[in-house]
Design a protein around this ligand. Structure first.
Ligand SMILES: [Zn+2]
Length: 71
């Protein structure tokens, strides 16, 4: 299960998670795989990733927005 609900023409992408004292992490929008590098394809679910990197200030906020779109 990914962080986002599947839509038509859905393009998988990396979600950048910034850390104060550690290197940035990238999270697969499809499977939630966590990596230090934004690969072209997800090493976990093999999804071809978009060049766009989603860069939220808080990941929790996206999950909240996702829930708000639910109805
Ligand atoms: Zn993945």
């Amino acid at each position: 299960m990914g962080l986002f609900r599947r839509k038509k023409k859905h393009v998988p992408f990396w979600i950048r998670k910034t850390h104060l004292f550690r290197k940035d992490e990238f999270i697969c929008s499809e499977c939630g795989y966590n990596t230090k590098k934004a690969y072209k394809t997800c090493p976990c679910c093999k999804a071809p990733m978009s060049k766009e990197i989603f860069d939220p200030s808080w990941v929790d906020e996206i999950e909240m927005q996702d829930m708000m779109f639910d109805d």
